[in-house]
Design a protein around this ligand. Structure first.
Ligand SMILES: Nc1nc2c(ncn2[C@@H]2O[C@H](COP(=O)(O)OP(=O)(O)OP(=O)(O)O)[C@@H](O)[C@H]2O)c(=O)[nH]1
Ligand SMILES: [Mg+2]
Length: 287
């Protein structure tokens, strides 16, 4: 792991800074905080958010989103550990109706049981998490179950949501509203394995990253998990430990090689990292 010791990113655009400030107040006022994490890194994807905005929040429910991309045994262990720690948790594919219906039932149950002062007011939920965890997707899916159209922009890059916005989710009693928020990351340099995991899962703007280091970490994670789908996909003779050998193979398969045989390392690294993020190299669990 020594070769990863120098990895760091520093991505804290203005919209994240102002959302962080607003969330610090909001989490103390809402009835529930929906803490949306990437199921492939249930701990790493909350550290940043916990440090920055969760202090003083009242009630909390965790969603391990993108469960379809996580290793199922690892995910079961993560859910059990979180439940044993007393935290309510739902593993979900935020695009799946059945998963969102489970989440909807739990939200409505909590809304009905809530001891809030003015029960005629809607039960209000703040949706927080690192960028790209799937927060806006969940809001759209929950609205769809309530017969409402999608109103929130979603997308594969981090930083799609740029400001806090309040949405009705259910108009019937108990009424539920949700606040969509930009993903949160800490200011300053983020370093270490935790930072590598967030970078690998797409929580950080790619153009600010050392993508070769991220690809190298992805390769290590796949090898440790004995997940070998990359070997066939990039037409390797067998598993490799050397990131340069990997990048050469990826470049050869994805058109990233110059006429003189030179490899565009950054481009090959991005192709590899994207394949992993999209689940094409097999399910993973990073924590
Ligand atoms: N495979 C998979 N993809 C998902 C899931 N949920 C969301 N996505 C995809 O993940 C990407 C990010 O989703 P968003 O809902 O925009 O994420 P966000 O947390 O709102 O992101 P920011 O607004 O940037 O903080 C989109 O391409 C979604 O289609 C899921 O459960 N499984
Ligand atoms: Mg969003």
């Amino acid at each position: 792991m020594e070769r990863f010791a120098t990895f760091a990113f520093n991505w804290h655009p203005g919209h994240i800074a102002s959302a962080t400030k607003a969330l610090q107040t909001l989490v103390k006022q809402v009835d529930l905080v929906l803490d949306v994490r990437d199921a492939r890194a249930p701990l790493s994807s909350i550290t940043a958010v916990a440090e920055e905005v969760l202090h003083g929040s009242r009630d909390r429910l965790a969603v391990l989103n993108k469960r379809d991309l996580a290793d199922s045994a690892g995910l079961r262990r993560a859910v059990a550990a979180m439940e044993a720690g007393g935290l309510g948790v739902i593993a979900a594919d935020g695009r799946e109706r059945a998963d969102c219906a489970r989440l909807r039932r739990e939200l409505r149950r909590r809304a009905s049981a809530s001891q809030r002062e003015f029960r005629s007011l809607p039960f209000t939920v703040a949706v927080v998490g690192v960028p790209n965890a799937g927060k806006s997707t969940l809001i759209n899916s929950l609205r769809a179950l309530g017969g409402k159209r999608a109103v929130v922009g979603t997308g594969g890059a981090p930083g799609v949501t740029r400001a806090l916005r309040l949405f009705d989710v259910y108009d019937t009693q108990p009424r539920v509203q949700m606040v969509d928020a930009p993903g949160v990351l800490p200011p300053g340099n983020c370093s270490g394995e935790w930072a590598l995991k967030l970078a690998l899962l797409g929580a950080v703007k790619d153009s600010t990253l050392d993508l070769v280091a991220v690809a190298d970490y992805a390769l290590l994670a796949l090898n440790v998990a004995q997940e070998r789908a990359y070997v066939d996909r990039f037409r390797l003779a067998g598993p490799v430990n050397d990131v340069e050998a990997l990048l050469l193979a990826v470049a050869a398969c994805s058109g990233g090689m110059g006429a003189d045989g030179s490899v565009n390392r950054e481009r090959a690294a991005l192709a590899f990292v994207r394949a992993l993020r999209d689940g094409k190299l097999g399910p993973i669990m990073l924590d």
